[in-house]
Every structure is written in structure tokens, then in C-alpha cells.
Design a protein around this ligand. Structure first.
Ligand SMILES: C[S@@+](CC[C@H](N)C(=O)[O-])C[C@H]1O[C@@H](n2cnc3c(N)ncnc32)[C@H](O)[C@@H]1O
Length: 235
């Protein structure tokens, strides 16, 4: 590889590096490993592919990833090949449910971009990593609307969900499709200054002291990992 190609490859790896959201999602999945073993799994927004790699290591039967960024599709594919899960894995380039029309999965996972912001990017990421539109729900809402149509009869989704974009709104959408949501875990995440500066001001102002906590110049927020399934399967 030439030096220029090396630098470009390093930039891709850096842009797709896992975050504390990724770690928290993997932690809940590890605690649910009995649901993962033998499951057909889909990840919407697969990024580096590391969440699917963790699911592969836990014994998922098949691993399917969708991402809007071509370089994420390539990176995910490469990672799963390197880790010996290539035969069970497939990656699709496209917009959320669009490449998965007609397909259902036992487990759907997602760490969607859902940070309330209308412009910009931060920390060397692509804008598509976090960009959630003014209310943060630009992708979350269509994800929740389409989910029931992609789950098997006892299927389940496990998803990251910033507290400051409204759990109740998510519950309301899901109930229209016969699904319920429960919080599996809550993690306090640091919001770095460059990210905080991009946050929709109305949400920051409304949520400070509720789900967002400021200590001098430092901002933290509650981030949930939620599980979604039918009411009887969540009980
Ligand atoms: C926050 S990152 C999560 C990546 C990875 N799952 C992780 O946890 O490390 C969100 C991912 O969603 C992808 N994405 C953004 N918009 C998308 C869309 N409309 N359809 C599919 N993927 C999308 C981004 O390219 C990015 O890889």
C-alpha cells in the first residue's frame, strides 16, 4: 500500500472507532448471551462491525449488517472475515430498512445516530455517525416504525437510546405496532465540548438537570440501552 493509501485507511479506522455507546450496547448483549446463541441477527448502522463481531463470538447463527457509508460496509466485512465469522456474515450498503425488505430477524441491534444537531460533525467522525436532526429522532422514529415488520414472532431489539430524546415518544410509536420498551441499563456518558456545542439548544436547555448534568465546563448525560419486544416476551 502507498503512504497516501495507508493514511486514508487509518482515517477510515479512526472515523469508525467504537464509542462508549458501542461498549454499553455490547455489555448488555453479553448479559443476554442466551438470546444470542443460534439467533439470526441484524444490525442497522453497523459501522466498524464490532457489535456484530461480538455477537458472532457469542454464537449467533447469522450476522447481517446495514450501513449508509460504503467504507463501513467494507470495514465490517473485513473485520468479520479476519475474526473467522465471514461465512456467517453479510453486509449491505443502504438506508436503514430499505435493503432488508421482507426479511425478519430474531435479534435486531442498533446504535443509531440520534444526537440532536442540525449541522456539523465532530472528533473526526462522519456526520452520519451522530446526526439526528433538530430533535435527534431523524432515524430513531423510522427505525421504531419499521421494527415490528422485521422481527420474528418472539424477536427482540436491543438499542442505544439517549435519555434526552424522549423515551415516552419511543414507547408511543412502538405501542402502535404491538411492541413495548424496557430499559436494560443506563450509563452516564460524557458529552465532549465540540459535541455539546452542536447540540440543539432547546433540548439542552430543557434537559439540563433532568437527563443532562453540567459540572462547570463538563457535560454528562444519561444514555439507556433499551430492549424492545412484545409485552409478553418482555415480561
Ligand atoms: C453511532 S454509529 C454506530 C456504529 C456501530 N454500530 C458502533 O456501535 O460502533 C452509527 C452508524 O449508523 C450509520 N448510519 C447512519 N445513517 C444510516 C442510515 N440511514 N442507514 C444505515 N446506517 C446508517 C453510520 O454510518 C454509522 O456507522
Amino acid at each position: 500500500m502507498s503512504a497516501a493509501a495507508d493514511i486514508a485507511a487509518d482515517k477510515v479506522v479512526a472515523a469508525l472507532r467504537p464509542s462508549e455507546y458501542t461498549g454499553a450496547l455490547i455489555q448488555v448483549l453479553r448479559a443476554e448471551s442466551r438470546r444470542v446463541r443460534g439467533a439470526n441477527v441484524l444490525e442497522i448502522g453497523s459501522g466498524s462491525g464490532v457489535v456484530l463481531a461480538a455477537l458472532g463470538a457469542m454464537g449467533a447463527a447469522s450476522l447481517c449488517g446495514v450501513d449508509i457509508e460504503r467504507e463501513a460496509v467494507a470495514a465490517g466485512s473485513r473485520l468479520l472475515d479476519e475474526l473467522g465469522h465471514g461465512a456467517a456474515a453479510q453486509f449491505h450498503h443502504g438506508d436503514m430498512w430499505q435493503p432488508m425488505r421482507g426479511r425478519r430477524f430474531d435479534l435486531v441491534v442498533a446504535n443509531l445516530p440520534h444526537f440532536p444537531m442540525t449541522h456539523g460533525s465532530f472528533a473526526g467522525r462522519h456526520q452520519s455517525w451522530s446526526y439526528g436532526g433538530a430533535d435527534g429522532r431523524r432515524l430513531l422514529d423510522p427505525f421504531l416504525e419499521g421494527l415490528a415488520g422485521h422481527l420474528t414472532s418472539h424477536g427482540r431489539a436491543i438499542v442505544t437510546h439517549n435519555a434526552f430524546v424522549g423515551l415516552e415518544k419511543s414507547r408511543k410509536i412502538l405501542r402502535c405496532h404491538g411492541l413495548e420498551l424496557t430499559v436494560a441499563s443506563t450509563v452516564l456518558v460524557h458529552i465532549p465540548t465540540d459535541k455539546a456545542e452542536l447540540m440543539t439548544a432547546a433540548i439542552r436547555d430543557a434537559e439540563e438537570g433532568r437527563t443532562i448534568y453540567r459540572y462547570g465546563p463538563y457535560l454528562f448525560a444519561d444514555m439507556h440501552i433499551v430492549e424492545i419486544a412484545s409485552a409478553q416476551d418482555l415480561a
